[in-house]
Design a protein around this ligand. Structure first.
Ligand code: MLC
Ligand code: AMP
Length: 505
């Protein structure tokens, strides 16, 4: 028996036939049946391009319905889908292609020349393009290809996708996700959040990370629902779409922006049945303000690239502000002492560890990193600090990992610090997250210049531009004579966070 996740999706898509799968505001539409057929043509193109089962297909394209069909095509032929943030620069892409060794790189039409150069340098044998209007060489290849109707058999532990997450060492790690990981989580979430064929999900997230790709799209496919595909979050557009939608999934920035808008009323949200928030902490204030304005309690859930979704507030029952809820069915959780590794008593703060069919199988070609974070008994060390209250609800109270989350995107300070430190005249630097009214946390750098060096903010930012995705670049750069250190010589980032606390508010 095959465990290819696409078997389940295809079955639903056949059942749903002519019903909407993806629609856009420009009037583009794929029914479930059409999406199934087009994914077979794209699968034919992938095969013709030489993609074999187990091969990685790296994709850095703007959001479009066809990008989702490409993801489905890749699953269909047993390929490993590797989506890349559209904000990544050439330098960042070079690393990913070098590390993942994909059989094919699909890029934006405008980026083809650079993509071909990077592909040559990294030994990637094929490059194709995909635009947002069903254009590009890949769509042309699909039109020529013999549709590949067969769904290639896969084992449950075979890879379906690799998603890169930055690391504390500054080197990004490819999280290896299997058909079992993605399939089990999609089925669990569709059930827990009562998804049905009637649902129309307003999709404004990017489709290169877990939230917008797996949580939103896989759950839709599991339940035979439909996606209203928007290029990005734009409050004006969301207010136009809310009266015809049933579900919105977003990062907290979506909700702080909606709450700040007078158009948020019970009337405009009357057709909606569910608002989901995740990827970063939703403040209790935003949760409460949203409920007061609309009558809807946002459902906050907790997850990560390596584990998919783990913990969720209940659909029926209290959705409690400031908590991420209860472990999802099939997910085990324990909270341990950071020093001893022993479980801590309920009510105490410790390191959150997670086990379940949703947990990834390791980091691509990084066995040591995998051993450090994925324990022999199957528990994954999340790096998040949590506490379980007397009603069993989980509170994420902080992070043990040195990580900033800005507008739902993760930024590992080390990666930014390493680049700043390369700049002439810099002795050392520290990158921290400070409270930011829009992005939750704002990436901020504190730089110590070498004696006699003349440096200013624009030079530091200018040095990072073109090397780092925009969202990773500091919003502000400060200069200091020295960084505060503890007796072990470690930079005390808490002291820096205190000193610059009010920067954005
Ligand atoms: C955009 N900018 C950001 C930024 N997004 N800067 C910091 N952090 C961000 N997240 C930059 C822009 O380039 C621009 O720079 C300036 O900030 C203002 O942009 P904007 O117009 O306000 O941004 P916008 O396009 O509206 O995007 C904000 C956003 C978007 C929050 C809507 O970032 C977003 O969709 N984030 C979702 C991220 C996500 O999907 N995370 C899930 C990860 S999965 P300038 O200088 O050019 O003006 C995961 C697991 C889990 O975490 O549990 O889900
Ligand atoms: P990523 O590696 O991009 O998948 O980000 C995962 C991280 O996002 C987690 O380890 C948490 O730190 C954070 N996160 C996700 N959801 C929540 C949430 N609801 N509350 C607080 N932090 C969250």
């Amino acid at each position: 028996m095959s465990h290819n996740l696409f078997e389940t999706f295809a079955e639903r898509m056949r059942d749903r036939g002519a019903a909407d799968f993806i629609t856009t505001r420009e009037g583009r539409r794929y029914s479930h049946g059409e999406a199934l057929a087009e994914s077979a043509r794209l699968a034919g193109a992938l095969i013709a391009l030489g993609v074999q089962p187990g091969d990685r297909v790296a994709v850095q394209v703007d959001k479009s319905p066809e990008a989702i069909l490409l993801y489905l095509a890749c699953l269909r032929i047993g390929g490993v889908y590797l989506p890349l943030n559209t904000g990544y620069t050439g330098d960042e892409i070079r690393y990913f292609l070098g590390d993942a060794e994909p059989a094919l790189f699909v890029c934006r039409p405008a980026a083809e020349e650079e993509a071909r150069r990077i592909a040559r340098e990294t030994g990637c044998p094929a490059v194709e393009t995909l635009g947002t209007a069903a254009d590009g060489s890949l769509m042309a290849a699909a039109a020529r290809a013999t549709p590949h109707e067969t769904i290639v058999a896969r084992e449950a532990d075979d890879l379906a996708a690799i998603l890169y997450t930055s690391g504390t060492t500054g080197r990004s790690k490819g999280a290896m996700l299997t058909h079992r990981n993605l399939g089990s989580n999609a089925a669990t979430l569709a059930k827990a959040w009562h998804f049905s064929a009637e649902d129309r999900l307003i999709h404004a997230l990017p489709i290169f990370h877990t939230h917008g790709l797996f949580v939103a799209c896989n759950v839709t496919l599991m339940a035979g629902s439909s996606l209203r595909f928007l290029p990005k979050f734009d409050a004006d557009v969301i207010f136009e779409e809310l009266p015809r939608g049933t579900v919105l999934m977003g990062v907290p920035t979506f909700y702080t922006r909606l709450v700040a808008d007078d158009r948020l009323t019970p009337e405009v949200t009357a057709n909606m049945r569910l608002f989901v928030s995740g990827s970063a902490p939703l403040t209790a204030e935003t949760h409460e303000a949203f409920e007061a304005r609309t009558g809807h309690a946002i459902l906050e859930r907790y997850g990560m690239t390596e584990t998919n979704m783990n913990i969720s507030n209940p659909y029926d029952g209290a959705r409690r502000a400031g908590t991420v809820g209860l472990p999802l069915p099939g997910v085990e959780m324990r909270i341990t002492d950071r020093e001893t590794g022993e479980e801590v008593p309920r009510g105490e703060i410790g390191m959150l560890q997670i086990r379940g069919p949703n947990v990834f199988i390791g980091y691509w070609r990084m066995p040591e990193k995998t051993r450090e974070e994925l324990l022999e008994d199957g528990f994954f060390i999340t790096g998040d600090l949590a506490m379980v209250d007397d009603q069993g609800y989980v509170h994420i109270v902080g992070r043990d990992k040195d990580l900033v989350i800005s507008g739902g995107y993760n930024v590992y300070p080390k990666e930014v610090e390493q680049l700043i430190d390369e700049l002439d005249g810099v002795a050392e630097s520290a990158v921290i997250g400070l409270p930011h009214p829009d992005f939750g946390e704002g990436v901020t750098a504190v730089v110590v210049p070498r004696a006699g060096a003349e440096l200013d903010e624009s030079q530091v930012i200018g040095h990072l531009a073109g090397r780092l995705a925009k969202y990773k670049q500091p919003k502000r750069v400060f200069f200091a004579d020295a960084l505060p250190r503890n007796t072990m010589g470690k930079v005390q980032k808490n002291e820096l966070r205190k000193a610059y606390h009010n920067t954005y508010q």
